[in-house]
Design a protein around this ligand. Structure first.
Ligand code: IPM
Ligand code: MG
Length: 357
């Protein structure tokens, strides 16, 4: 039976990196006879330009019909002055929310070849392998009420709502515990329970769900401390679980431990394992069109897609090995280049991965 993958290149460097990931997907599709068919769609700023909105109905219909989705990145200065409600980022938030992709898995793995590319000392990061499980469809990103209003004193004020229901916490807790079960069996739940009630409940439910997973060692950490520990001693973590906003921030931080934000893939899954896959970096308008963006996070997102949604672990392994081989060869895009390595373009990185497959 054929499987359908929707490809949403998006904005900025999105189309450049997705083009390389598509070539890799096509190559493993043929090599392993996976029967994958792809279609394209619009999201973000490019969708605004073409249709007036960041998440057109047509894209939603295609997304619902697809077995998996590969996304590049959205946003850019061109659309920054638009009203919040129709900004490119709204398209990304809408697809996450409407497809119920509540479980965002962001693995931060240091390829040994890149130990020197990290801004931390090699001994602090060598062997790093941690997974951030970020709740993706709730919390302050979606909480109501929200807005900018004029208060009684006649002054403008901005407000958002940090809210989590028990159901939302419980389902992300199960995902995180199950992920920890398959890894090092350590889960650190990150909250701000010394200040925010929403996270007092978060901590309570995490503890309760933890009783169903006695083999997983659960700990709790305040988010400020977690940020510090990530740059002080990141290898203490196996799996971290946290809410939408803290997860956004901590995953950028974790990305840099691995040398470059250009290396980190992600999976956003619904209850049934259907998923959207995207690099965790943004659209990088500053380097758009220069041919220097790192396509590896997107290529590794394809590998996550094959593993989690398309049941093709063999093809996923093959891509990951190919990426390792290319790094062994000393080939690097600008963001991860170091002494003794050869700097190559986005396209050449795609070529190298294809050759290594
Ligand atoms: C991410 C991004 C998005 C987020 C933006 C582009 C809306 O930073 O996926 O981490 O905040 O979730
Ligand atoms: Mg982010």
């Amino acid at each position: 039976m054929s499987k359908n993958v929707l490809i949403l290149p998006g904005d900025g460097i999105g189309p450049e990196i997705v083009a390389q990931a598509e070539r890799v997907l096509a190559a493993v599709n043929e090599k392993f006879n996976l029967g994958i068919e792809t279609t394209k769609g619009l999201i973000g700023g490019s969708a605004i330009d073409a249709t007036g909105g960041p998440f057109p109905d047509e894209t939603m219909v295609k997304a619902k019909a697809a077995d998996a989705i590969l996304l590049g990145a959205v946003g850019g200065p061109k659309w920054d002055s638009l009203d919040m409600a129709i900004r490119p980022e709204k398209g990304l938030l809408a697809i996450r929310s409407q497809l119920n992709l509540f479980a965002n898995l962001r693995p931060a793995i240091l390829y040994p070849q890149l130990a020197d590319a990290s801004s931390l000392k090699p001994e602090l990061v060598s062997g790093l392998d941690l997974l951030i499980v970020r709740e993706l469809t709730g919390g302050i990103y979606f909480g109501q009420p929200r807005g900018i209003r004029v208060n009684d004193a006649g002054e403008r004020e901005g407000f958002n709502t940090y809210i989590y229901s028990e159901t939302e916490i419980r389902r992300i807790a199960h995902q995180a515990f199950q992920a920890a079960q398959k890894r090092g069996k350590k889960l650190c739940s990150v909250d701000k329970a010394n200040v925010l009630e929403a996270t007092v409940l978060w901590r309570e439910i995490m503890t309760e769900v933890g009783k169903e997973y006695p083999e997983v060692e659960l700990s709790h950490m305040y988010v400020d401390n977690a940020a510090m520990q990530l740059v002080r001693a990141p290898k203490q973590f196996d799996v971290m679980v946290t809410g939408n906003m803290f997860g956004d921030i901590l995953s950028d931080c974790a990305a840099m431990l691995t040398g470059s934000i250009g290396m980190l893939p992600s999976a956003s899954l619904d209850q049934n394992g259907k998923g959207m896959y995207e690099p965790i970096h943004g659209s990088a308008p500053d380097i758009t069109g220069k041919g220097i963006a790192n396509p590896l996070a997107t290529i590794l997102s394809v590998s996550m897609m094959l593993r989690y949604s398309l049941n093709s672990a063999e093809a996923a392994d093959c891509i990951e090995k190919a990426v390792g081989k290319v790094l062994d060869q000393g080939l690097r895009t600008a963001d991860i280049v170091s002494d003794g390595c050869q700097q190559i373009s986005t396209q050449a990185m795609g070529d190298a991965v294809l050759a290594a497959l």
